[in-house]
Design a binder for this molecule. Structure first.
Ligand code: ZN
Length: 296
């Protein structure tokens, strides 16, 4: 082979290698944590992994905890990732993992809490500050206020009672409350969400928290008659948290609105910006549910 030819080939190889590094470097690294949940995490984690990866913006890895009480054999390395997504609701994490997680988010790491992830760790102060509000897990008025939307703003309701409830599993409309927030920018003001549990009476410290979308918890579906927080963002130290109460099961997660807001919220938690293009209006309509499922 001539020197010239070899030089050209070498150049091409270098270019390919650089591209591979750069292209991988351009993607955000997500770690999903699952392994214990009163929900079917084996069915839901793959839907979220697919929904994130098919945007082209993320690479997703999964860390599955052991069953039952967790010992020394589970030590995820949070600092290897841009953002951690919890699909976990189970035993307390070991002290070393809790400390590493708090440090990670406090120092600027991203965190995404999905549905029953906010039922976990009722007694872990830092975790409750990160998610803002949570449900069940022994939460009550001592955990903090309940939040609802009324007359254009959030009301902090200090009245006593346990935290966390939901009515019937049904389709409902989600309403944008902060259209200028990067996660919500360009999304329709209202969209129909796939059948889900509409969480209500969530309680917590709710500091540095902004409710960016709500849904009306209808009394005829055993709801509270209030506009409940659905999507929230929280600042914790230098870190950002995206909290979605949506996502009871794989059917729910097939809803395009769930997937769009999950991807945008995950990008925002990782970087503070959203570069993902908003969906076409017909992909997130106000009156019907559009679903997308991973290829079999
Ligand atoms: Zn649920």
């Amino acid at each position: 082979m001539s020197m010239r030819r070899r030089g050209w080939l070498l150049g091409l190889l270098c270019f390919a290698a650089t591209c591979q590094t750069l292209c991988a470097a351009g993607k955000l690294k997500v770690l999903i944590i699952d392994g214990q949940n009163n929900h079917d995490w084996r069915a839901t984690t793959p839907v979220m992994k697919w929904a994130l990866e098919q945007t082209g913006r993320f690479t997703v890895e999964v860390s599955t905890t052991p069953d039952g009480a967790i010992g020394d054999d589970w030590r995820p390395k949070f600092s290897d990732y841009d953002v951690i997504l919890s699909n976990y609701n189970g035993h307390d994490w070991p002290e070393a993992v809790r400390t590493a997680f708090v440090e990670y988010v406090r120092n600027g790491g991203g965190f995404v809490s999905v549905h029953a992830a906010d039922n976990s760790f009722g007694g872990w102060r830092e975790f409750n500050e990160m998610i803002g509000v949570g449900g069940w897990g022994g939460r009550n008025e001592k955990s903090g206020p309940m939040l609802y939307w009324q007359d254009g703003k959030i009301v902090r309701d200090e009245s006593p009672g346990s935290g966390g409830t939901h009515g019937a599993y049904h389709e409902f409309v989600v309403e944008t409350r902060v259209p200028t927030h990067p996660i919500m920018k360009g999304l329709p003001p209202k969209w129909k969400h796939a059948a889900d549990e509409l969480y209500a009476k969530m309680r917590g410290p709710a500091t540095n928290l902004t409710v960016i979308a709500t849904a009306f918890s209808a009394p005829d579906k055993d709801g509270t008659g209030k506009h409940e927080p659905i999507l929230m963002v929280i600042n914790y130290g230098k870190g950002r948290v995206f909290h979605t109460v949506l996502g009871h099961d794989a059917h729910t997660m097939a809803g395009s609105g769930f997937q769009v807001t999950l991807a945008r919220g995950t990008e925002w938690a990782a970087t503070g910006k959203v570069t993902l293009p908003p969906p076409k209006p017909e992909d997130m309509p106000a009156d019907t549910v559009v679903t997308r499922t991973p290829p079999k």
